[in-house]
Design a protein around this ligand. Structure first.
Ligand code: AMP
Ligand code: ZN
Length: 469
């Protein structure tokens, strides 16, 4: 079976036929760089990395172009910059925030075992160069020329009724769209659904000269311009999280198709499901907001990746400490089995599973069978387990490297464990046994076992702990 992918545009699983097999092109919306990426953001990062690996396997690495952008112009960045560096001029503060965050993001992506995308454009590089308009400004001008956009009070807006089949991707009614877009009411809008392509900047805010105002692009425009400039007017795959279908991807499609006069922007639209944490939607107000960095302090990046891929990418998934603990223990076992074995044969059943709309849960079934064959089996069986797991970006280290990184991890954990044990002792002293038990369970899920004993001299309770594996 060849590659089949579920296409949000047609709501069916389709055979994947690239426009040009010698240049397979994929665009995935990347991070807005103003703060540490959260664990939900890790999902598209990992899922589309697996697709990238599969495409490279099928079409050869040199025939695949993967573009993942960096959004480095956005109001959230401006607010963060002013808050964090109030003493710096805003443009310098913005640079400090975006450079720092971009670096953190790259470290996270590497720790999660993601390959570098082929190209990683920054939005600010596609607005104008040497004060000469480039991709974004030219694209907006073309939309005005073609009657799909209009300028008003320094803004440029895309006029939604100018596109008869607007809304095909999200398949929503106009009422749903208006509710979903949290439509902004503005006197210069001709239609409530019209959205911003360009907006004027206030003094001090980042601004680029344009025929309409000194201003900056809207977020949707950034992706349309970068995808068009780097992948062409029509390309193969466009990906992102399910929340981006509307309005972001719908608006990218509207801009790109109307500016280029094409029927489609990308042939296949892929969306990953949402991730929640310990059964709850992740949110700052619930206090369960977890960054990739928080998790990397407690778990190996490879275990986070393993745990993520156990769910099919389109299904919702739950990130739990017990899942991460189990993933870590399984990796311990697999590395123990393969030792420092070299390259081997890839198991065709795993490729078949990935070809079926990235069925990673099925790949794990295959990997467990390969593990059974590799235990005490010939070196070839061990090498096959390793080569097959590498399709998912797993088991890429040697057992020696894994052990070294795990013990480094364990020493990082120690301070955390000690503070948890102290918090539990405090809770017990305050007779808050529910909290004490909760902490013990949390430690248990982290793979830490506690032993309570009375000090024979003082009669005080002393708790010792050990790593379970
Ligand atoms: P954002 O920084 O919100 O633009 O998100 C960057 C990427 O992460 C997008 O592809 C989002 O769809 C995706 N994303 C954000 N939150 C989650 C989540 N909880 N689960 C899965 N994907 C998410
Ligand atoms: Zn985008």
């Amino acid at each position: 079976m060849g590659l089949r992918l579920h296409n949000t545009l047609t709501r069916t699983k389709q055979d994947f036929v690239p426009i040009d097999p010698a240049n397979v092109r994929m665009y995935v919306c990347g991070p807005t760089v103003y703060d540490f990426a959260h664990i939900g953001n890790a999902r598209p990062l990992i899922v589309f990395d697996v697709l990238f690996r599969l495409l490279r396997h099928i079409y050869k690495p040199e025939h695949v172009t993967y573009v993942r952008n960096i959004t480095d112009v956005d109001d959230k960045i401006n607010h963060r910059a002013a808050e964090e560096y109030p003493h710096l001029p805003l443009n310098e503060a913005i640079r400090a925030v975006t450079e720092k965050t971009e670096k953190q993001f790259h470290e996270d992506a590497k720790a999660l075992g993601c390959l570098d995308p082929t190209l990683e454009p920054r939005a600010t590089e596609f607005i104008s160069r040497n004060d000469q308009p480039t991709d974004m400004i030219r694209m907006i001008a073309r939309l005005i020329e073609r009657g799909n956009a209009y300028a008003a009070e320094g803004h440029v807006l895309f006029h939604v009724p100018s596109m008869p089949d607007y809304g095909r991707l999200s398949n929503r009614t106009l009422d749903d769209m208006i509710a979903g877009a949290r439509v902004e009411v503005a006197p210069y809008k001709r239609d409530p659904m019209d959205f911003v392509l360009w907006k004027p900047s206030k003094p001090g805010e980042p601004a680029w000269p344009s025929p309409w105002s000194n201003g900056r692009p809207g977020w949707h425009m950034e992706c349309s311009a970068m995808a068009g400039a780097l992948l062409g007017e029509t390309f193969d795959i466009h990906g992102g999280g399910i929340d981006l279908i509307f309005p972001h991807h719908e608006n990218e499609i509207a801009q790109s198709r109307c500016a280029h006069g094409t029927d489609v922007m990308a042939n296949y639209w892929l969306h990953n499901g949402f991730l929640q944490v310990e059964g709850e939607k992740m949110s700052k107000s619930l206090g369960n907001f977890v960054t990739i960095r928080d998790l990397l302090n407690d778990w190996p990046g490879e275990a986070i990746r393993f745990n993520m891929l156990k769910s099919h990418y389109r299904q919702p998934m739950d990130s739990t400490a017990s899942g991460l603990s189990e993933a870590t223990r399984t990796l311990d076992q697999w590395y123990e089995i393969i030792g420092d074995v070299g390259p081997g044969m890839l198991c065709a059943d795993a490729v078949e599973a990935l070809n079926d709309d990235l069925n990673t849960p099925q790949v794990f079934t295959v990997l467990h069978q390969l593990r059974d064959e590799a235990i005490g089996g010939p070196a070839g069986a061990k090498a096959c387990l390793k080569a097959t797991a590498e399709m998912l970006g797993l088991l890429g280290k040697t057992a020696t490297e894994w052990k070294a990184s795990s013990s480094a991890q364990a020493s990082v954990d120690e301070t955390r464990v000690v503070s948890f044990v102290a918090a539990r002792a405090t809770a017990r002293k305050a007779k808050n046994f529910a909290e004490a038990d909760r902490i013990r369970d949390e430690l248990d899920a982290m793979g830490i076992a506690l032993k309570d004993a009375k000090d024979p001299k003082t009669g005080e309770l002393v708790t010792t702990w050990e790593v379970k594996r």
